[in-house]
Design a protein around this ligand. Structure first.
Ligand code: SF4
Length: 382
């Protein structure tokens, strides 16, 4: 447990912009995006209208995250227009974290330099793998060499906060191949690494292959090994394993935006399919670019549905989300917020988890161990 972890827990809301465009769909993708760039001008106009709808209810943000989709398919002018509109409608605090997700294929020197000039101070690059075979299996549109070049260019353009997204548990991948990808990622010295286990939905091309039996996923034992080896290698290389899939070079380099999702800090999500949360209310937009543009053209919020979480639901979520992070749960704060003293009310269950090496109680916090994080979903059944 890092000292003074509370210092890193956010309270100011964050702003997420969903950019629902990709040049082509990857074979495993379940994010909402369309493989065409035609609607970008109408989308930018609709986005500005949506910002205006929330001016009164959200005023300041200290993180802005352009995700997708593939925000790097936007032209520099389009990114500039979006950032200008954000600053026109909201107060973006000084020293805000401004992240843009990018595909290596789009990140050439002129683009990177312009992004820096526009105030983007954090890049999240979707590398996924340094193996050509795996990139082509996943249907990514970049090569390993393109990724290497994009990472070098990002440094040369002056980015000092670079995140790399990687994926493991891919059919046919073994531990040796995965560790080679991790080693190569480490060579580039990223400030942040996200290592996700591939999940395959039946609706995707990979899902269809899985159903037909032409491919198979690694078994549970191998998946657990990917997780443990990743954590061991990155922690021994100096990274903090601060959330199931996330590692930071040090505590000042956690993804400030993503932390908000894990501790119930309010966030506003704009764009098709984007989710928002404040207090006990969560709502999300239609996953349709045409509906989004039409609704906002008529002054209608493009909201598909909303839910109000009961105190019990909020409590369960706080438990579930807290145990996914290295910061765990502040037991006194939890009792104040939800009226439940977990340590005494779930005494036997927690004692068993401690015996099994899945959690520890340290300085007033309930913390998952590395093995505990690997089974965090089960821990939240506390
Ligand atoms: S780049 Fe990302 S959002 Fe676009 S298709 Fe691939 S995985 Fe999906």
């Amino acid at each position: 447990m890092p000292e003074n972890a509370d210092l890193y827990l956010p309270s100011c809301p964050g702003l997420y912009i969903h950019v629902p465009f990709c040049r082509k769909k990857c074979r495993y993708c379940t994010f909402y995006s369309v493989p065409s760039l035609d609607a970008i001008p109408d989308y930018i106009e609709a986005l500005s209208r949506e910002m205006a709808l929330y001016c009164g209810s959200f005023d300041s943000f200290d993180t802005v995250y352009l995700g997708g989709g593939t925000p790097s398919v936007l032209s520099v002018n389009a990114v500039e227009e979006i950032l200008t509109n954000i600053r026109k409608h909201f107060n973006v605090m000084p020293n805000s974290e401004i992240t843009l997700e990018g595909n290596p294929q789009d990140l050439d020197m002129p683009m990177l330099t312009s992004l820096r000039d526009l105030g983007v101070n954090r890049l999240n690059i979707g590398v996924q793998s340094f193996s050509e075979d795996i990139l082509s299996f996943l249907g990514r549109r970049h090569t390993a060499d393109t990724a290497r070049r994009a990472l070098d260019n990002a440094r040369r353009a002056g980015f000092t906060n670079i995140g790399i997204d990687l994926m493991y548990g891919i059919p046919g991948q073994d531990i040796r191949q995965w560790l080679a990808t991790l080693d190569e990622a480490l060579y580039h010295g990223p400030e942040h690494l996200s290592c996700y286990e591939l999940t395959v939905e039946t609706t995707t091309p990979l899902g269809k292959q899985l159903e037909s039996g032409t491919i198979s996923l690694p078994d549970e034992g191998l998946q657990a090994e990917f997780f443990i080896k990743t954590s061991e290698l990155l922690e021994s290389s100096g990274y903090v394993h601060y959330e199931i899939s996330n590692f930071a070079k040090d505590l000042t380099l956690l993804s400030r935006h993503n932390l908000k999702y894990w501790n119930h800090t309010p966030y506003l999500g704009l764009g098709p399919a984007a989710h928002s949360f404040i207090r006990n209310r969560r709502w999300w937009n239609h996953p349709s670019i045409s509906r989004y543009i039409d609704d906002l053209g008529q002054g209608t919020p493009p909201v598909e549905a909303a839910e109000h979480l009961t105190p019990d639901e909020l409590k369960l979520e706080a438990l579930y989300l807290g145990l996914r992070t290295r910061f765990g749960i502040d037991l006194a704060e939890f009792t104040t917020a939800y009226g439940e003293d977990i340590l005494s009310e779930k005494k036997d269950f927690i004692a068993r988890l401690v015996d099994e090496g899945l959690v520890v109680v340290d300085r007033g916090r309930l913390l998952p161990t590395r093995r505990g994080m690997a089974v965090a979903d089960a821990l939240s059944l506390i």
